[in-house]
Write a protein that binds this ligand. Structure first.
Ligand code: ATP
Ligand code: MG
Length: 414
């Protein structure tokens, strides 16, 4: 029945896969905590304004991808397509400027109406960070080094490249924008439809157009880099020097841009060639104008977000789930004793698998299927003597052990 399928672009995350999601999110959280970040959780939906004001009305997200609806009270709300706007809104609503600088971590589902593909979903998860209130490259260095450590700890270091660019300050960008529009106006006849639409409102975005003809034109366009003023250049130089000092490798990609006005200075992406067109796993940048533009106090910021799905697709499956110990009653009267033993061991922190029914053979098979590391067999006559049989599932070796000493014997499996 078609209606029992999940909505296009959404998915059920079953237990095996959930482990990968958890690993990505918990690693991000742990690393962020080590860098001094605290977690913030904002609502999954906000007034639509929160996103239109921050993402601008020409971005793909606002023009094509938002899940927006009117609720029963007549408010226009949107399922959040990304995390920064909500964090910026929360910063203003909670008067957090008293606490600057602020280092915030977030995780959770995001929603975008796009064409589903591998690594591209309509509901997907992100982890992300924001550093608010630090105008110097120090914050950019910290944000990037946190991202790098996070990816390293997931074991992804070898397949991922850091691409980095500077958009300069707003004076540099305004100067560049004029120059770029001038140049592009001379090639209007060959620009793609999308790019023509961006020419007036968001010309910088044309620089990272995927359209072949656009790319040819862009190849000879004036370069943003050449328009950077001294201040912007030294900001970027300081960032690069900091990354070098930390041994963080990067490539300077001069076409890496963020179209919106409040973005400045640093833009970066961690990319891989292992996911086809969905190669960006983590993306971020500096947004000094954003909070001011939302109506809050002028507050510099930098942050990044990573797609959890895309990262799980890159994870090496090698990290197995913790293996359980199977508790297996043999004979009717042993059932209730097995329950008690299982409960006792669980309270001590062991992962215990209880086969719920069937004969010994069936339960041993289940223990095997669940990759149990050991099994405790509890036979009725054994129980009268307060002992059980402990079997190592890998070697097949088994020994009778007293129930009191069970925990001592299990320690090697913990
Ligand atoms: P893309 O160019 O792939 O559409 P984006 O520029 O829209 O990415 P951001 O808004 O920068 O992406 O989001 C940060 C990260 O979130 C991306 O690098 C990606 O890993 C992930 N992401 C974005 N959209 C999706 C999606 N629809 N499904 C899964 N992950 C996504
Ligand atoms: Mg996108």
């Amino acid at each position: 029945m078609a209606s029992l399928k999940p909505v296009r672009g959404t998915q059920d995350i079953l237990p095996d896969e959930s482990r990968h999601f958890r690993r990505v999110e918990e690693t991000a959280y742990d690393v962020a905590e080590r860098y001094g970040f605290g977690e913030i959780t904002t609502p999954i939906f906000e007034f639509t304004d929160v996103f239109t004001r921050t993402l601008g009305d020409t971005s793909d997200i606002v023009t094509k991808e938002m899940y927006t609806f009117e609720d029963k009270g007549g408010d226009r709300v949107t399922l959040r397509p990304e995390g920064t706007a909500g964090v910026a809104r929360a910063f203003i609503s909670n008067g957090l400027q008293q606490n600057l600088p602020l280092k915030l971590f977030y995780r959770g589902p995001m929603f975008r109406y796009e064409r589903p593909q591998k690594g591209r979903r309509r509901q997907f998860r992100q982890v992300g960070i924001e550093i608010l209130g630090v105008p110097t490259p120090q914050a950019d260095i910290e944000a990037i080094s946190l991202a790098e450590t996070f990816l390293n700890e997931l074991g992804l270091k070898d397949n991922i490249t850091l691409e980095l660019n500077s958009l300069g300050d707003s004076a540099s960008r305004t100067a560049y924008r004029d120059e770029l529009v001038n140049y592009l106006n001379g090639h209007k006849d060959k620009l793609s439809h999308d790019s023509l639409g961006r020419l007036d409102r968001n010309p910088l975005r044309i620089l990272d157009s995927k359209d072949e003809s656009d790319r040819e034109i862009v190849a000879n366009a004036p370069r943003l880099q050449d328009s950077l003023n001294d201040e912007s250049r030294s900001f970027f130089a300081e960032l690069c020097a900091g990354l070098n000092k930390l041994g963080i490798a990067f490539e300077h990609n001069t076409n890496l841009v963020r179209g919106l006005d409040y973005y400045c200075h640093t833009a970066f992406e961690f990319t891989t060639t292992d996911l086809g067109a969905q190669g960006t796993v983590l993306a971020g940048g500096r947004y000094d104008g954003l909070i001011g533009q939302m109506g809050g106090p002028e507050t510099p910021g930098i942050g990044w977000a990573a797609g959890v799905e895309r990262l799980t697709l890159l994870l090496d499956d090698g990290k197995e789930a913790k293996r359980p110990v199977a508790v297996i009653p043999v004979g009717g009267n042993a059932e209730s004793e097995a329950l008690i033993v299982a409960e006792r061991l669980r309270k001590k922190g062991y992962k215990i698998e209880l086969g719920y029914s069937g004969n010994l053979k069936k339960r041993m098979k289940r223990a095997n299927d669940r990759n149990a590391v050991a099994a405790i067999l509890l036979g009725e006559d054994e129980l009268t003597r307060n002992v059980g049989t402990l079997r190592d599932m890998d070697s097949g070796e088994q020994n009778e052990v007293s129930l009191e000493s069970l925990e001592d014997h299990l320690k090697i499996y913990k």
